[in-house]
Structure formats: C-alpha cells, structure tokens
Design a protein around this ligand. Structure first.
Ligand code: XLS
Ligand code: CA
Ligand code: CA
Length: 437
C-alpha cells in the first residue's frame, strides 16, 4: 500500500525525557487519570479540512504546501488519495476519531445529484477504512459557506431557493454521517449572519434559522440518526456578525426556538477569544447550563484579531479546559477535535505530526494538572469558603425560596452592615502557578 507519510512511523509514548520529536512525552493513551484512560478523557480527533485540505494559502499568496495526495488533475482521484492519506495519518498518530465537512472529502459535481454520487463513493471508502483501522467519526457537517450560492448565508439567505438547497445538502450530510456511525453532527453558522443591517431582515433570518434546525431535528428522528447535534458559536468571520456569536447567544437562541433539548455546543477556543471571552469562560458557561458537548481545540493570537486556528500549546488554557471537563463529568458523545492548521511556512508533511503531537501533549499535561487541582481541592476550597454563607442560616433560607423582599428588609434592619471578605485573587493565581509545572 502506498504511503503518504513515509518518514513517520507510529507515534509512541516515550515519556517526558524523550528527545524524539516524533514521540509523545505526556500523552500516554492507556494511562489512567482519575479512573479513566487518557484516550477516554480526550477522544482526540483530527479535522479533515485544515489537516488534509489546507494549502497554506492566505489572502496575500497562493498555496505553499505540496502534498503527494493532491498530485492529480482528476478531483475524484485526489479525493481517494487524500482519504487514504488521512487514515494513514490517524493511525500513525494514534487518534480514535476524525471530523469532516461533506465538501472536504468529495468534490462538488455539476449538479446536486452528481455531487451526492461523488460523496457516496468516498463515504463507502471511508466506511471501509474506518472498519480496517478502528478510527471512528466524531462528527460530520455540511459546508454551507464556500460555494458562491451561499454568499448571503444558507438557512438565513434572503432567497428561499438557497434555503432549500442548504436543506438538501444538510439532509445528505446527515445521512452520510449516520452511515459512518458519527457520534455527532455540527451546525456551524458559516455565513449565517450579516454584513450590514441596512439590507437585512434580522427577525426573519433568525426565524428561518430556527425553522431550519427544527427540520433537521425532524429528519434526524425520521432516519434514526442517534448522533448528538451541536451548534458551534463564533462571533464574526466570515460575516461581520454571526448569529451564533457566543455560548450565551446560542443558549438564548436554542431556548427561544425550543431547541434546547436537541442541541449541545461545540466550543472552539479561538472563537471564544474572537468573542472577547476566554476559552475557559465559554466552557464554564456551557457546562454550567448543561449544554457542553464537544470541543474544537486550537488557539488564536491575541495580537491578531482573526481566526488563526493555531495548535494549542498554552498550558493555562489546556489545564483550565480540562478542569471544567473533569468537574462536569467529561465528554459523553463529544471529543477534542483539533480544528487547527499549521502555519504557511510549515510546509513539510511531518509538520502536521509535530503540530498534533504538541497539542495532544499540551492537553495531557493540562489533564494531569487539572486532576491534581481537583484531587487537592486546590481551587475549589477557596470557592467553597467564599460561598459558605449559602449553606446555612440566611443563605439557605434564600436558596430554599423561604424569603421575600419584606423578610430580607427585616433581616437587614436587624443585622446591620454585612461583613466583607477578600476575593483572594492573587493568592489563588499563585496557587494555580504552583500546579502548572
Ligand atoms: C470555522 C469553523 C468550522 C467548523 C465546522 O471557523 O471552526 O471549521 O468547526 O464547520
Ligand atoms: Ca471549529
Ligand atoms: Ca476557527
């Protein structure tokens, strides 16, 4: 069988002292942390679009990556070679999952039925490769943003014909995700937003989006697809404003349109920072509201205001992400998908491995640190002390709905000024630093 990454053998865990750059120093899939193996905690996934379809192009210049699997003028042959390369990559890296858009894996034909036939052919191959390698599909999705027809959005397009096309595309993408045994299906807004409010009927667009997602839920039930649906928040890019702007906006939208039981969130680190939040904030908000589903792991660059989708290397980020996950019981259907791409200058196929190894090791370190924080109650003891007033007396009565404004006034008049306490922020930051080693 032809190899597309001949210079790389299976990546093994060789421990923190390893000098081999193509080895894991911290990610040891079988090592147990708080009762679960690392592989079970993370459910690592590689994304198809950046990793195998990324070219290194930016707005100032064309492709910089030369890949063997792109070397054909026949788009279906490219699709087949790319799929083989992808499964070689997953196997050598040792990840259990992959994610894809319909249009990443198979090219569009001249009309939808041709496009669907192309997709069917590649999906049949993918099914076989999944069976042969044991690699599973974490989630699938439809690309409703690259084709010219979607320039003004898909479900929120002013044209009902585009709405219909998008529905047909999502219908097919759900069918193939089901066929691949996908554990989930993602709806990322793509171009669901606006460039200017001057030409936009926002209320109508939001209603259409709600209706579109209901149709997806209905169809899911109809075909018996049991994967989890996710919405992926992102505030801007490509549009000036995207309706799914952050976890809070998505939660409000899901509640308003009565979709909250059918969707969870796929939280992406870089989208959090674009929204002016930390990754930690978005995860905590989603988890606290019971809608944390899956994670797109990457990082942005705070000096650049756009979606750079870099590989995660920051131990504070990975630690705090794992700290949220551990406290809320970890992934059920979701996983940790590297929605990240190597930089334009990282042109060698091996750079794809270095990038993923770094991300997986950064999360493995984050998990171990977070587990120590949980075990020692290093942070939670401060939180518990800060809120202890709610466990007894007045606090308990309020939480039990035994008080009202009149009774609270009576209490205040009788008890005078409340005591104030230190928030201990600097002390807690020092404690966290002691654990991040
Ligand atoms: C783009 C998004 C996208 C989704 C899947 O910014 O991250 O890649 O994850 O459509
Ligand atoms: Ca993403
Ligand atoms: Ca992104």
């Amino acid at each position: 069988m032809r190899e597309f990454f001949p210079k790389v053998k299976k990546i093994l865990y060789k421990g923190p002292k390893s000098k081999d750059p193509l080895s894991f120093k911290h990610y040891n899939p079988d090592e147990k942390v708080l009762g679960k193996t690392m592989a079970e905690h993370f459910r690592f996934s590689v994304c198809y679009w950046h990793t195998f379809k990324g070219t290194g192009a930016d707005t100032f210049g064309g492709p910089t990556f030369i890949r063997e699997y792109n070397n054909s003028s026949d788009p279906m042959q490219v699709a087949e070679m790319t799929l083989r390369a992808a499964f070689e990559f997953y196997t050598k890296l040792g990840v259990g999952f992959w994610c894809f858009h319909d249009r990443d894996v198979a090219p569009e034909g001249r009309h939808l039925s041709q496009t669907n036939a192309n997709l069917d052919k590649i999906v049949a191959m993918a099914r076989k490769l999944q069976r042969d390698t044991g690699v599973r599909c974490l989630w699938g999705t439809a690309n409703l943003f690259s084709n010219r027809r979607y320039l003004a959005g898909a479900a929120t397009n002013p044209s009902p014909h585009v709405f219909a096309y998008a529905a047909a595309q999502v219908k097919k993408a759900m069918e193939v995700t089901k066929e691949l045994g996908g554990a989930g299906y993602v709806f990322w807004g793509g171009r669901e937003g606006y460039e200017t409010l001057l030409n936009t009927d926002m209320k109508r667009e939001l209603d259409h989006l709600g209706q579109f997602l209901h149709m997806a839920v209905d169809y899911k039930k109809k075909i018996g697809f049991r994967g989890q649906f996710y919405i992926e928040p992102k505030p801007k890019e490509p549009t000036k404003h995207q309706y799914d702007s952050d976890a809070g906006a998505c939660y409000a939208f899901l509640q308003k349109y009565d979709l909250v039981d059918d969707f969870k969130l796929n939280v992406e680190a870089n989208h959090a920072t674009l929204a002016g939040h930390t990754f930690h904030h978005e995860l905590e908000f989603a988890a606290a509201n019971g809608i944390l589903g899956s994670i797109d792991a990457n990082r942005g660059d705070l000096l650049l205001g756009w979606d750079t989708d870099q590989f995660p290397t920051d131990l504070y980020d990975t630690t705090l992400a794992m700290y949220v996950l551990l406290r809320y019981g970890g992934f059920k259907t979701g996983g940790l998908n590297f929605d990240a791409h190597v930089r334009r200058q990282s042109i060698d196929p091996e750079d794809l491995f270095h990038a993923h190894i770094g991300g997986m090791d950064a999360f493995a370190r984050g998990l171990k640190i977070a587990a120590n924080l949980v075990r020692d109650k290093a942070l939670s003891k401060f939180v518990a002390a800060r809120y202890k007033g709610w466990n007894t007396g007045l606090g308990r009565k309020i939480e039990k709905w035994q008080m009202d404004f009149k009774k609270l006034e009576k209490y205040t008049l009788a008890n005078g000024e409340p005591e104030v306490q230190s928030g201990r922020q600097e002390l807690i930051e020092n404690v966290l630093n002691e654990y991040i080693k």
